[in-house]
Design a protein around this ligand. Structure first.
Ligand code: SF4
Length: 388
């Protein structure tokens, strides 16, 4: 049986507040029976509060609606994020006054409050789950959909996978991309050739290793897998291989599984907002122009289904050419998912949902239920500003 994903389309039949995304969020919260589920629960609302001068994280109007619903249901809500993002949340509009509950650093101001879980994966043996997340009895994963240079896109998985772990674990997760060898120094002993390889990369993704000048280091984030470096590198010296790029996505799925294992069945729900989508993660701390039209708001109890549904809706959209930076537009792949066109085919954004499904976190088979379908045959209407 498919999982249900409730969807509020960004489109409206007529101009008016009832069909806007905040109003559709109310409908989704009802469909998820959120109020009925949180009585007496300590509810962590995990969101990315961004940093620096970003403005495209989830607007406080949406957050406040979720907080209000939790309070109405008798739950005790708090918003939580990484220490360095939570510390400046107020500057970006998230405070008790605006959203109706406090914003706490998930593992304390110095990231010293966590629970250690053991699990082997490539370079990793330990995963440190933020203390306030594991202590909570109910989790609302409130995520913003956007592009991401490490894995193509960030959504529900990414919000938990990185956002619920301490910095040491987050760094180790990023390092999984270097676990499988991609540079074979003995096949390229000539320094001048190594320099040519480095110079061939138009985005500076290849650099000399800091510890050993014979070794090359690949920054997978800017690399869009164009293959220019492979044309210069001697045979067998360099690999641009999916195994390195996909390691991070698999780490994200494992990290998410560990965090979710700390909650009882039925005690986690997911809301994702696909608006103001930018090419890179909210942790970059700035907002450029939206590179895609909005795709709406999603709600589900299935993390695999909600990320897949959001990706499928985004797949139908066209990149907004005039909103792309010149540097992005120059290296776009000609076809594929919009996030893949920007970040390259080896960062297939769907992979995290495949890994998540394999770990038993949900189903890629879903039914999308529009909570307020557009009526294409509605009579023409005028608009006004309601006094209420
Ligand atoms: S594949 Fe292209 S972007 Fe990636 S390192 Fe090689 S030259 Fe740079």
């Amino acid at each position: 049986m498919p999982s249900t994903v409730f969807w509020g389309s960004p489109r409206q039949t007529v101009i008016g507040p009832e069909e806007t995304l905040p109003a559709k969020l109310d409908l989704i919260l009802q469909k998820l029976n959120l109020r009925e589920r949180v009585k007496g629960e300590t509810v962590a609302i995990k969101m990315h509060t961004g940093n620096n001068i970003i403005t495209s994280t989830i607007h406080p109007v949406f957050v406040r609606k979720v907080v209000k619903a939790v309070k109405e249901g008798g739950g005790k809500p708090f918003v939580t994020d990484l220490n360095w993002d939570a510390a400046g949340a107020e500057e970006r509009g998230y405070s008790s006054e605006t959203i109706g509950c406090p914003v706490y650093p998930a593992s304390g101001p110095e990231e010293k409050y966590f629970y250690t879980h053991k699990r082997d994966f490539k370079n990793m043996k330990e995963w440190k789950v933020a203390g306030l997340i594991q202590d909570a009895t109910f989790l609302i994963n409130l995520s913003h959909i956007k592009g991401h240079p490490s894995c193509g896109f960030g959504g529900a998985f990414k919000n938990i996978a990185l956002g619920c772990m301490v910095g040491e674990t987050r760094s180790a997760m990023h390092d999984t991309v270097h676990f499988d060898k991609y540079w074979f120094a003995d096949k390229c002993p000539d320094e001048a050739v190594r320099k040519k390889i480095i110079d061939s990369c138009p985005v500076g993704a290849l650099v000399v290793d800091r510890k050993d000048p014979r070794e090359l280091h690949l920054h997978t984030e800017p690399c869009m897998q164009c293959g220019r470096c492979l044309k210069v590198a001697p045979a067998g010296s360099l690999k641009i291989d999916p195994v390195n790029f996909l390691a991070f996505q698999e780490a994200c799925a494992i990290s998410t599984a560990i965090t979710l294992s700390t909650f009882a069945p039925g005690k986690v729900t997911y809301i994702s907002l696909a608006t103001q989508m930018t090419p890179v993660c909210d942790c970059f701390g700035f907002t450029g122009m939206s590179i895609l039209p909005d795709a709406g708001i999603f709600g589900s109890d299935d993390i695999v289904a909600i990320d897949r549904a959001a990706l499928d809706c985004v797949a139908k959209l066209k990149l907004i050419d005039e909103n792309m930076t010149a540097s992005l537009r120059k290296f776009l792949w000609p076809d594929g998912h919009p996030f893949t066109r920007m970040h390259g085919p080896m960062k297939d954004p769907y992979k995290v949902t495949e890994y998540g499904e394999a770990l038993g976190l949900g189903s890629r088979n879903y039914e999308l239920v529009d909570v307020l379908p557009v009526d294409e045959n509605a009579p023409p209407s005028r608009w006004f500003i309601s006094a209420s």
